[in-house]
Design a protein around this ligand. Sequence first.
Ligand code: SAH
Length: 348
Amino acid sequence: MIDIKSMPYEQLKEYCISLGQKGFRADQLYDWMHVKLAESFDSMTNLPAAFRESLSQLCDYTCLTMEKRQISAIDGTQKYLFSLQDGQMIESVLMPYHHGNSVCISSQAGCRMGCRFCASTIGGLVRNLTPGEMLDQIYAITRITGQRVSNVVVMGTGEPLDNYENLLIFIKMLTDEHGLHISQRNLTVSTCGLAEKILALAEHRFQITLALSLHAATDEKRKQIMPVANKYSIDTLMDAVSEYHEKTGRRITFEYSLIAGVNDTDEDARLLTALAKKTGAHVNLIPVNPVTETGFLPPNKQEADVFKLKLEKNHINVTIRRSMGRDIDGACGQLRRKETANPARRSI
Ligand code: SAH
């Protein structure tokens, strides 16, 4: 079966022509899938019935089923648990901001990177998501809420650069003028730091924001919390992100989850400052979200503010990320983790 929702515009055009259709049918079909966000071929009323019939025989039309939705009473964050056609569960988050709606999507079912503070990796990697399944998360949330999504962050479950080919197709399709046409500048891809893939991505010169999950300023510390640090040193990563910045002109973001007693000392602040200076990176501090299985705890608000101030004094551009949806399993992978660990809850 053909995964038609993962087909970029040009490819869809060739495919429709190969089925004996005129080119404009591909435009109509692409528009139904990626602008009107149709849920099935049946609803594509301006396509000939015979064409719809052959499509439904030849192609899979992926769609997500919403299994659960939690809405934060604190800040309006909406956390979604979706099931895919093979029954795998993924989660996505809608964060309403003054400047527009931001959606955080998953790129894999599970993750094999093994970061010690992260709930998404506990059950390992199940499979990559297709480009269509990444888009579907945005489409489903748009349909359910009836609101436009203006920003997308690939910061849910999974390591996007470990699903590199599908990520590239997703970026092209999300930002394509024939689809939702979200500006590349409004898309952020977050990685734990697969250096050669960062370099490969730089070659495309997309205007997307690259966020590097740094979380420690020395290799020794990073290795304690992120197994991927055994493969790529901080030096290698700094070279990779500097090249990304040079080739794309886009400023890098460092994500730094503050973990009490682990990476929040004076020395950590000093070394992080040096890395941010060297690369011109913006630093995003995220007090770690406690995950039952990990035992890591965040510093208190005052300690986090002090850490931030140390960077600011050295003219580093730094923010503390507002912890969104604290009352609804806000941290990465926690909702999916609960559902997977305790499938009986699904009947609720
Ligand atoms: N694999 C990618 C993207 C998914 S995780 C990456 O590593 O960047 C998105 C961000 O959330 C990463 O910075 C990740 O390290 C961070 N994160 C994961 N678990 C967290 C937790 N419990 N508390 C705070 N941040 C967490």
